[in-house]
Each structure stands twice: as structure tokens, then as C-alpha cells.
Design a protein around this ligand. Structure first.
Ligand code: DAH
Length: 430
């Protein structure tokens, strides 16, 4: 099993591809739990749908209507129903779910090791402004993460947050100084066992005043960097026990210096978080010129896949009892026992692409139709003919975690994919 590419962070050096460089590809950065969803009745006289359309979701007591987030009238809007339905799920707030268990384990570490407690936020709306998501944390105007190919836009000024760093500046402005923000984050991405367009992050932020570092004999930046490393090494040991770890220098727009922490796991180095000393400009925006701060962002799915031995990121969204019953409140690191998988079904689709074609757009179409029944989308053939036309052939792997799919059902999904791809993506089927 390779889990080295599980989503955790973006913005690190590997992903700094500028929009202007025409390099829009960025693959190398970091159920039906329906209690919060309000379902409308199935649409009359339409072909049978696999999933009911969710008409509204509840996020921390606020009802968000589908029409506010999935908008046909705005050409910028690229939020499909499959993503909207995830908005109120809040897996991180379920004490018996691996994501909630990991979160509680991290809380425990901070509560028992820090006398100056960290405030906790886990209910902030994932619908944020582009200012919060990008500008406030100094993401350059031409950074690839701002593209429609990478981020879900509600309208030109509003996105589904692609990282929990989106809340740093806002919380600072409101007077918070030491906090942990946990939440669901959204990124358009390819489809496989380690990539899912919704996952969970925790952001940590800690500020220091001159009296903290004055007696240390070292300058404020070094003081914060050392404190940060000590804190996160302790957290890794709390979660993983006596593990080997190493620090790697990297780049994030919002920190300087910036680091990634890697742990040695199953004979490989695995990046588990990004962090650094907060850029002074961010503090200055809140009148905190005389302070220094550190921040980190970690991917909860990545940690949970390692800790619980969970082989497929889609399992986190499964309501199959064979999955859910294996985890209990406070049981950090119980090993997941795989249950027999249902058979996969492979379908290929080939088409001539146009200049505007992107793999993320294709994946969104497939996921929009097949939801969690799609396990993987793989490019298996790619060539350009003498006329300069480029053909792509994708293999789609359909598989349910909960039952055997029938031929009829898969053929029906594939035929819908063919129709939609042609209609939405301006490609010519072969
Ligand atoms: N927001 C980054 C990401 O999603 C992760 C991160 C890196 C958060 C460094 C931080 C930080 O607060 O200091 O890729």
C-alpha cells in the first residue's frame, strides 16, 4: 500500500506552479451520515437517481440552501451536488469516527501539555471569501491554488475553503491568540484510494510576546521555530509512539521559515504536516507588530489512515457497519480489519480532448454521476495524432464498499458519464 500521496497540505514548494506558466496541473502538493442533511423529496418524472438531491445543509445551526452554493446562473460556480451534500457532515465532530477520534487525541495532547490553553474552533463555516482563503494568508494572485481547476468557487468572491488557514487572520482580528481550528476542506482533485475532494485539516496557531523570548538569549523567530518543533515532535510521539521523524525545509506563502514534518512509516518517509513561523505581515494586519507566532496545518485523513491502517480514503464516508463498528470513542490507533471487498467493474472511455479539458473537470463529472461508487479514474492512454488532436483514454473503476454492483447499473452509470462528458466538457467521444 502506498499512502505517500495522501492529501494533507498544499502551497508547499512542489505545488508552486504559476497560473501564467500554463501549468494548471497540480497533482503533487499535500454514506450517508445524513443527520445534518435536509433531503428534498425525489424529483418527479425524472430518471431514477442514485442519490436524493440535498436541498439544504445545516452548518453549526445555520441552514445553507443548495441554491446558495450550487448555482447554474454563475459561470464561475463549479460546485456539484455531490460536494454540496458533504457540507454539513462534519466527520470531525463524531467521537466514534476515526477523524473525530484523531481530533480528540490531538486535543488531549494540547490540553495536557499547555498551561496556556488553546481555544478550539470546529464549527466555522467552510464557505469563505477569497480574501480569507487566499489574500489574508498572502497567497500570490497567480498561485495555482486560486484556479477554477483546483478550488470550488461559489462565485468569484466566495469559495469552499481549501485549507483551514483561511481562518487564521479572521480569528486574530477577533482577538484570539492561541487556537486550533478543525474543519472540512475542499479541493478539486484526481480520484483514487488516497484522494477525495473533501477531507479534514486542523490548524494550530500560537502567538508569543517579548517577555516569552527575552530571557531565552535567542531571537524571536528562532525562539518560535524551536517551540513549534518541540510541540509538534511531542504531538507525533503522542499519536504514533516512538517514531523516527525528520524536518524538511519548505515554502509556504504564510510562513517563514517553513517546514514539513515527516515520519518514518512502513519503510518510507511520510509527510504529516506543514508549519512555520508566521509571516510578520499577517500579524501586522491585526496590530501585533511586536509579537511572533507559529502555525501548523495537518491532514487528519492522512494521520488516520496511518494510525488505524485504513487503506481507502472513501471508507471515511461509509456508513457500512462493518466499518463504523470498528471504532470507539477515545480508542486511538485500533487497527482496522479489512472486510471482503465487493468486485470492481472496469469501464474505459476515450475521447479527443479540447484545449480547455482538465482531468479534474473530468473527475468531477464522473463523481457527480457515480458518487462514491467510483473508486479510481486512471489515464491509461494518451496520444496526439498527425493532425495535432490529442486523445485520452480513461479507465474508470466502479466498486461499492457496501454491495455488488449489477452490470445494468454500471452500464447505466457509464452511459451517463459518456453523455455528460460530451455535454459539459467539449470533447469528442471516440
Ligand atoms: N495550509 C497549508 C496547506 O493546506 C498547511 C499549512 C502549512 C498550514 C503551514 C499552516 C502553516 O498554518 O503554517 O497546505
Amino acid at each position: 500500500m502506498t499512502i505517500l500521496s495522501v492529501q494533507s497540505t498544499i502551497f508547499s514548494r512542489a505545488s508552486v506552479v504559476l497560473l501564467s506558466s500554463n501549468g494548471l496541473k497540480r497533482f503533487s502538493f499535500a454514506s450517508s451520515f445524513s443527520s445534518n442533511a435536509v433531503y428534498s423529496s425525489p424529483l418527479p418524472k425524472m430518471k431514477k437517481r442514485r442519490y436524493p438531491i440535498v436541498s439544504a445543509v445545516d452548518i453549526g445551526g445555520v441552514t445553507i440552501a443548495r441554491n446558495d452554493v450550487v448555482r447554474d446562473d454563475d459561470p464561475t460556480n463549479n460546485v456539484p451536488d455531490s460536494i454540496f451534500s458533504k457540507l454539513g457532515m462534519q466527520l470531525h465532530r463524531r467521537d466514534k469516527h476515526p477523524i473525530g477520534i484523531i481530533k480528540n487525541g490531538i486535543y488531549e495532547y494540547f490540553d495536557s501539555n499547555y498551561a496556556k490553553k488553546f481555544e478550539k474552533f470546529e464549527d466555522l463555516s467552510p464557505i469563505v471569501s477569497t480574501k480569507q482563503n487566499f489574500d489574508d494568508v498572502l497567497v500570490p494572485a497567480d498561485h495555482v491554488s486560486r484556479s477554477l481547476n483546483d478550488t470550488y468557487y461559489v462565485d468569484p468572491q466566495t469559495v469552499l475553503r481549501c485549507h483551514t488557514s483561511a481562518h487564521q487572520a479572521e480569528l486574530l482580528r477577533k482577538g484570539h491568540r492561541r487556537f486550533l481550528v478543525t474543519g472540512d476542506v475542499y479541493r478539486r482533485d484526481s480520484i483514487d484510494a488516497t484522494h477525495y475532494p473533501v477531507f479534514h485539516q486542523m490548524e494550530g496557531f500560537c502567538i508569543f510576546s517579548p517577555e516569552d523570548w527575552n530571557d531565552s538569549g535567542i531571537d524571536s523567530t528562532l525562539y518560535a521555530a524551536e517551540d513549534l518543533k518541540k510541540c509538534l515532535e511531542g504531538l507525533a510521539r503522542h499519536l504514533f509512539g516512538a517514531v523516527e521523524m525528520r524536518w524538511v525545509d519548505t515554502y509556504f506563502p504564510f510562513t517563514n521559515p517553513s517546514f514539513e514534518l515527516e515520519i518514518y512509516f512502513k519503510e518510507d518517509w511520510l509527510e504529516v504536516l506543514g508549519c512555520g513561523v508566521t509571516e510578520q505581515v499577517i500579524l501586522k494586519q491585526s496590530g501585533l507588530d511586536n509579537n511572533v507566532a507559529w502555525a501548523f496545518g495537518l491532514g487528519l485523513e492522512r494521520l488516520a489512515m496511518v494510525l488505524f491502517d485504513i487503506p481507502d480514503i472513501r471508507l471515511f464516508w461509509s456508513s457500512d457497519e462493518r466499518f463504523t463498528s470498528q471504532f470507539g470513542k477515545g480508542e486511538l490507533g485500533v487497527k482496522f480489519k479489512p472486510f471482503s471487498k465487493y468486485p470492481p467493474c472496469y469501464k474505459d472511455i476515450s475521447f479527443w480532448i479540447s484545449d480547455s479539458f482538465t482531468e479534474n473537470n473530468f473527475c468531477d463529472v464522473v463523481r457527480g454521476i457515480a458518487g462514491d461508487l467510483v473508486e479510481e479514474v486512471k489515464l491509461i492512454d494518451n496520444f496526439t495524432n498527425k493532425k495535432g488532436m490529442t486523445s485520452h483514454c480513461y479507465r474508470i473503476v466502479f466498486r461499492s464498499m457496501e454491495r455488488s454492483l449489477t452490470d445494468e447499473e454500471v452500464n447505466d452509470l457509464q452511459s451517463k458519464v459518456r453523455d455528460e462528458v460530451q455535454r459539459k466538457l467539449n470533447v469528442e467521444l471516440r
